[in-house]
Design a protein around this ligand. Structure first.
Ligand SMILES: O=C(O)CCC(=O)C(=O)O
Ligand SMILES: [Fe+2]
Length: 204
């Protein structure tokens, strides 16, 4: 585990991003997919919006995903496994990179077939507390022909990553523009941000 955390810290320090396979094991992904929380995701999750608070709006032309925020106090065990690992990652990054990250927020995400999220930056203009974006994918037997890549716009190149089960992508929320390409099947993930403030202060 520590070796994965080290690779994340190194990637962030050197390139502003890191991609780690098997951050969640096959069994851990299976347990999450079987959880009550993920049942009927497409019908139970809410349409995701863009912007924050009063600037919040729904815009199909920009993003087409459905989300449900996770609450650490009531999350099912399968999801707590992931949240606890993120807590350990936060502690590790603070030590390794001398950061003062405080907390994280995570939502479960489903992109229905054909939906996408156009090129954007995750940090809000009026709220710069999102420091690192962390996404873990939950899609078994995904291959090139399914599409749904995360495309990162790096200074000198563009890089595409498939949303493979167990893969974690972590990048600087203030620097790396990215987009989600449409897929020909439903695309599931856990999408989160590591914050420099406590998550429970964010909506008051
Ligand atoms: O699912 C992904 O690959 C990226 C999602 C994303 O960019 C976001 O929710 O802000
Ligand atoms: Fe994003």
């Amino acid at each position: 585990m520590n070796e994965q955390f080290e690779r994340i810290a190194d990637g962030l320090a050197e390139n502003g991003y890191a991609v780690i396979d098997q951050f969640l094991s096959q069994n851990e992904v299976d347990d999450i997919l079987r959880s009550e929380s993920f049942k009927n995701a497409e019908t139970h999750f809410q349409k995701a919006g863009i912007g924050k608070n009063t600037g919040h709006q729904i815009n199909e032309a920009i993003r087409g995903d459905y989300i449900q925020w996770l609450d650490k106090n009531s999350a099912e065990p399968a999801l707590l496994v992931y949240l606890d690992r993120l807590s350990a990652l936060v502690a590790f990054l603070n030590q390794a990179l001398y950061l003062s990250l405080k907390d994280y927020e995570v939502h479960m995400t489903v992109y229905p077939t054909g939906s996408f999220y156009k090129r954007h930056l995750d940090q809000f203009k009026r709220d710069d507390h999102r420091k690192l974006s962390v996404i873990c994918y939950l899609n078994q037997s995904w291959n090139d022909s399914n599409g749904g890549e995360l495309r990162m716009y790096l200074p000198n190149e563009e890089k595409d990553f498939l949303p493979l089960a167990g893969r974690l992508v972590c990048f600087r929320s203030d620097q790396i523009e990215h987009e989600v390409k449409p897929a020909n099947r439903e695309r599931l993930s856990l999408t989160g941000w590591i914050l420099d403030q406590h998550a429970d202060l964010r909506h008051i």
